[in-house]
Design a protein around this ligand. Sequence first.
Ligand SMILES: NC(=O)c1ccc[n+]([C@@H]2O[C@H](COP(=O)([O-])OP(=O)(O)OC[C@H]3O[C@@H](n4cnc5c(N)ncnc54)[C@H](O)[C@@H]3O)[C@@H](O)[C@H]2O)c1
Length: 378
Amino acid sequence: MNQREVNIAVLGAGGRSQCIVANLLRDSNNKVKILSVFDPDKEVMAAAQERWQSEAKACDTYQEAIDVPGVEWVIVASPNAFHKEHILAAFAAGKHVFSEKPLATSIEDCEAIYEAHQKTNLKFATGFVLRYAPLYRKAKELLTSGKLGKLLSIDANENIAPDHGGYIMRNWRRYTKLAGPHILEKCCHDLDLLNWFCESVPTKIASFGGRDFFIPENEYMNEKYGEKTFATWHDPHAEKSPFTSEKDLMDNQVAIMQYRNGIRVMFQATMSNAIPERRMYFSCTEGTMVLDLYPSTLKYRCLGDEGVVFIDFGGDGHGGGDSYIMKELYETMIDEKAQPKCSGNEGLESAVVALCIDKAAQTTSLVDLEPIWKSLNR
Ligand SMILES: NC(=O)c1ccc[n+]([C@@H]2O[C@H](COP(=O)([O-])OP(=O)(O)OC[C@H]3O[C@@H](n4cnc5c(N)ncnc54)[C@H](O)[C@@H]3O)[C@@H](O)[C@H]2O)c1
């Protein structure tokens, strides 16, 4: 394949941006050139440039970065509430976009992004990195092969460690106005996978949730277990304590969902666990499959099988997905015919599910998603 150079602008140069852009440079054999970067934090911008060994133009506004002559693709890795503005500005300037997840923080904003993209011939990739992980690809292959029979029900969770939960409750993610609810900001990956595995969308959702752990009454835990238990993840702007920080996120939530095609799913999201787990249990008519992301393992057994098939994929915290997502993005950049695995549609549908789970918990009522899907022509 023609390994041509591709010029990019980068909006947001924090942790995720530094990682994915470094991977993009690596996976394109440095054929990708960063022409411009914008982050309101100049120190972060300088640190990113150093990590990328880049002499890109450090811009004062996102528009200036987008408008640097020669920019073909815009990488959006800003906090979630800014995605819409950044993506729409990039499309308006005729640029292809890779945006980190979630698409945006409201259904209206996600729809606006999706609609804007539909009106262009531009490419639009979204950062659902788990779709690229060999573990989940194998699960999808097994489900579609029919080997396990028909999928009846999934029990899934994302139960993160105390330092991860503490990080969320100390940085910008603790405000829904910047991040959206936790079930959107963090679990949109899992909800996207569930939609993908079910090959459908939920029709009804019930959920309960609240904030019962990261509350001022539990500040004593910092002393009991050591502040580092809840604050190992670095962020120069983070609050000191995740217990006393101002915030409006739920830290534990359960949801049950009925999909249009009859599949039933339950999902648990919690934020401080001595045994963290990100697992999916698939009950199918002729087999059972269990995926465990942290150890990157998959096991399954079909009715009548002697034993359980166990596959260990190894890989990083994203099940190895980070080894593939930027490689495929570069291929999408240079191959006119290649289309990204996940785009605005997946971003929109996963956001609708997340925001309806949040609504169900906020209102303690059963949410009927059909009017929303209808308004979105789905
Ligand atoms: N796909 C994944 O697995 C994954 C993992 C982590 C983060 N993310 C996503 O990446 C995005 C960034 O998260 P992060 O972990 O890098 O956060 P971060 O806090 O490390 O970095 C965010 C950066 O955005 C900058 N910023 C603030 N306001 C901005 C604005 N208006 N315009 C541009 N930049 C602005 C901040 O100065 C900061 O440097 C989020 O959307 C997050 O959900 C995705």
